[in-house]
Design a protein around this ligand. Structure first.
Ligand code: 26W
Length: 859
């Protein structure tokens, strides 16, 4: 590494007394050093010169340059976490939707400006380089993105934390829209090298699968169960740094990749079975091959169970190894680790920790069970009954024979207790049992999670109430003290600062500093500005800039030209019947019909923007995408419409596309059937960026409305209670069809083939479902929704008052910062405390201090 001296002011004094600055290429922060480090990586790491370098090479070199500047903090942080007494929060999640790393690292390090200048000096545009990064799409939707927001807040609050998950080789599929249909393309996000991860092969862990168990006696004559697996796979960790905002904390996201165990293959090879050895290798590596693209509907697939066990077992063994490196035994494991189960996907961990403590570390069952319950906590993310994970006992027995025995033992001891507390209540026993006996015998993962955890939480106030009343009612009666609400939140760093630098600049300018990024409750200080004309003009100008940028993106990616002065009405989220994208399409058709009936009708021009993926096997969701595009095809070029309504389907919605979309929205569509959306988090991102919400009393919408004020929110529709009552009374969707002319016209048009000339049958399944079942009460809420949308249009005409409402929405979102959520988890569930990281040898203001890296001979 070269050290360069430059004549810049700094604290270092040369012998002659002139002030010079000596910077290391790996850590220096001056423009000059950043440029040199960038060129160094390009040449020496990638073997490229300006003649041969691609844009991707520039991105990669820059990413390494930035990563270098995280490393001292990262190593220091990890060192500090090895100290006994610093409890580490381990967030176990099958999904992490981190979003792009480069931009985030730059803002967290406070390096955005200098790096931008350094790139400019090299003739490169930083924003273009940032766009080259492939979104690591290792999740489906809300649950995966929540995990990423939580990691950001944990690091920002300086809480010792690790994210543990799977390094899927293929993340969520890439969505294309062809002829209006969703087409799925494999997501090869690792095709370019990933500069943000470091492989730690030496920390690999062996995972057992299949086989059988045997009872043995150890040397002391103690009874022991030994699991003899039929195969083993190796979990190789890949670590990604998770930096806090403007502090020294850098936590770790550790993702496991499955590899074949060499030993095992060697056996096959030695037996003269070379092809078996190779095919076994492929089978092993399948485990971390692909993310299951289902949101809310589990597929009872063997590989999925293997994925869950694989990453959970590796993570728990990793924690135990860390623990034993500094403690004599595992008696205080629960004081060192808090483990959060992100839905039931990692819940097999309850039984696995028991196995590790009892079978592998010789602990007595009762002590192990106490430790387990004190360590685990469980978050539920959905009430939909079809989303509850259940694994056939037969499958468990085949894949995880020892784990099944342990689940049975946990269940046996638990039910014995229940029998003591509620003698003779067989119904209760049947409902609480981990094992479902009727139908195919299966394991209820939610029950295992509730029994094995000391805390159970929902993700918004209504959701938690409904959990207590319905889904987890029996557990609530048993242990009311275990239940908590933790309303979700999102990180203002990504969802305001990164997505909307223009708005951020306005805040910092008016508040005099950027403390608000650590504390959104400072924003309401700006409320008096709603009466300041200049402030309001600036607010509108920012929104307009973001809308223009999105309009350009839309043109480039869909070919559709939209008017950035129209109202941008946006619904972006996974496609699911309960989220009712179809209801929004019915509204579009309603407006269209009004214009066809009276082409000169006065209407507020609107651009309806949709985005989101459907599970590849979800027929109805895919048909809804097709209908949306079909309606768009007709409406967008109808001369009577005269461009006053446009419908756009943005392909491949993702975290990074979200960063463009939320700031450009005027109206946020949050129209799920009340009681079905556990929380929603997109709703918060929209509101933070000054969109108004049209929404039902569902999930976190309720709390958003409470915070921003009911006069700044467009409410409609049945409440959760009314939904339940309507269903109980025998809901008949046809009654609405028969009595509402506008509604009937819309449905008849969908039915008639108006939107699918040549294929009149195409959309009939949607009509049938609406008229016969209408599980999600679209018809019951239709008129209320249309009326609410009319109120929206009316309000939008008065731009002065609309702007005020927009400002108040954005300023009143402090509650929805994930910093608030995480602070609550820390104090009420994890008992975790901040551990500020000191860098004696690293002071950002004195970057020229020498780096000391002691080298020890490896043992
Ligand atoms: C195994 C199949 C499966 C896959 C994903 C079942 C369930 C899920 C998740 C629970 C689905 C999900 O992402 N739920 C969303 O979680 C968000 C974060 O808490 C909430 O804001 C959303 O309302 C909820 O739908």
């Amino acid at each position: 590494m070269t050290n360069a001296a430059s004549l810049e002011p700094s604290s270092a004094m040369s012998s002659s007394g002139a002030s010079i600055r000596v910077e290391d290429d790996r850590t220096g922060l001056s423009i000059e050093t950043l440029r040199r480090a960038f060129a160094d990586h390009l040449f020496f790491l990638l073997g490229k010169t300006d003649r041969s370098a691609t844009a991707a090479d520039y991105y990669t070199s820059l990413s390494y340059t930035v990563r270098d500047r995280l490393l001292r903090r990262w190593m220091k942080t990890q060192e500090a976490y090895r100290n006994p007494g610093n409890k580490v929060v381990c967030y176990l999640s099958a999904e992490f939707l981190m979003g792009r790393h480069l931009g985030n690292s730059l803002i967290n390090l406070g390096l955005h400006k200098p790096v931008q200048e350094a790139m400019e000096a090299s003739g490169l545009e930083l924003d273009d380089l940032i766009e080259i990064e492939r979104d690591p799409g290792l999740g489906n939707g809300g649950l995966g993105r929540l995990a990423a927001c939580f990691l950001d807040s944990l690091a920002t609050l300086q809480i010792p934390a690790m994210g543990y998950g799977i390094r899927y080789e293929f993340g969520i599929f890439h969505q294309m829209i062809q002829n209006g249909w969703q087409v799925e393309i494999p997501d090869q996000w690792l095709k370019l090298q990933n500069p943000w991860e470091i492989m730690r092969r030496e920390e690999s862990i062996e995972i057992k699968l299949g086989g059988h168990t045997e009872s043995q006696h150890d040397e002391k004559g103690q009874h022991r169960v030994v699991w003899i697996p039929s195969r083993t796979v190796v979990a190789v960790p890949y670590d990604t740094p998770v930096p806090g905002y403007r502090n020294n904390t850098v936590n770790t996201l550790r993702l496991w990749k499955a590899e074949a165990s060499n030993e095992f293959n060697f056996d096959a090879f030695n037996a003269g079975n070379y092809d078996r050895a190779v095919s076994d290798k492929l089978t092993s590596e399948n485990i971390s091959k692909v993310l299951y693209p289902n949101d809310n509907t589990p597929q009872g697939r063997e590989l999925r169970l293997e994925q869950q066990y694989f990453f959970v077992s590796a993570s728990l063994q990793d924690m135990i190894r860390r623990h034993l490196a500094v403690h004599p035994n595992l008696d205080n494991f629960h004081e060192q680790f808090a483990i959060q189960l992100n839905d039931t996907h990692p819940t097999v961990g309850v039984a696995e920790l028991m196995r590790l403590l009892v079978d592998e570390h010789g602990m007595y069952w009762d002590q192990a069970w106490t430790i387990c319950q004190k360590t685990f906590a469980y978050t539920n993310h959905t009430l939909l009954p079809e989303a509850l994970e259940r694994w056939p006992v037969e499958l468990f027995e085949r894949v995880l024979p020892r784990i099944l025995e342990i689940v049975y033992e946990i269940n046996h001891q638990f039910l014995e207790q229940v029998a003591k507390w509620y003698p003779g209540d067989e119904g209760l026993m049947r409902r609480l049992s981990i094992i479902q006996e009727d139908g195919e015998k299966s394991i209820r993962m939610a029950n295992l999670a509730c029994i094995g955890s000391h805390a159970i939480n929902g993700v918004a106030a209504l959701h938690t109430e409904l959990l207590k009343q319905s889904t987890l009612r029996d557990f609530y009666q048993l242990w009311p003290e275990k239940f908590f609400n933790k309303t979700n939140g999102v990180t203002p760093r990504r969802w305001i600062l990164l997505s909307n630098p223009e708005l951020s600049e306005l805040y910092s300018e008016k508040l005099g500093n950027d403390d608000w990024l650590h504390d959104l409750s400072l924003l309401p200080q700006l409320e008096p500005q709603v009466n300041d004309g200049a402030f309001c003009d600036r607010w509108r100008a920012i929104k307009q800039t973001k809308k223009q940028a999105l309009a350009e993106y839309i043109l480039n990616h869909t070919g559709i030209e939209v008017d950035s002065n129209s109202l941008f009405d946006v619904q972006v989220k996974r496609i699911h019947e309960y989220k009712r994208q179809l209801l929004a399409v019915m509204e579009i058709i309603t407006l269209y019909n009004r214009l066809k009936a009276n082409p000169n009708a006065e209407i507020v021009p609107r651009t309806f923007i949709f985005g989101g993926k459907a599970a590849p096997g979800y027929f109805m969701a895919k048909l809804i995408i097709k209908l949306t595009n079909a309606v768009g095809a007709l409406v967008n070029c109808d001369p009577d419409v005269r461009g006053r309504i446009k419908v756009v389907y943005l392909p491949n919605f993702s975290v990074s596309l979200g960063q463009r979309v939320y700031p450009a929205a005027d109206l946020s569509e949050q129209i799920s059937t009340a009681g079905k959306e556990a929380s929603g988090t997109g709703n918060m991102k929209f509101s933070m960026n000054g969109a108004l919400t049209v929404g039902t009393l569902d999930g976190a919408n309720i709390e958003i409305r409470e915070e921003v004020g009911e006069e700044n929110f467009f409410l409609f529709g049945l409440t959760a209670q009314e939904v339940a009552d309507t269903k109980a009374a025998g809901y008949r969707p046809r009654d609405y069809y028969d009595t509402n002319t506008a509604l009937r016209q819309v449905i008849d048009q969908i039915d008639s083939g108006l939107f699918c000339p040549g294929e009149p049958e195409l959309f009939k399944p949607l009509v049938e479902s609406l008229l016969n079942e209408d599980t999600y009460l679209l018809l019951a809420d239709y008129q209320a929704y249309v009326d609410a949308q009319d109120r929206v249009s009316e309000a939008y005409k008065d731009q002065t008052s609309w702007t005020k409402m927009s400002i108040l929405n954005a300023l009143r979102t402090a509650k929805f910062s994930s910093d608030r959520t995480i602070a609550e988890y820390c104090s009420e569930i994890w008992d975790a405390k901040a551990v500020p990281i000191e860098l004696q040898d690293y002071n950002p203001d004195r970057p020229n201090a020498p780096l000391r890296v002691p080298i020890r001979r490896a043992n």
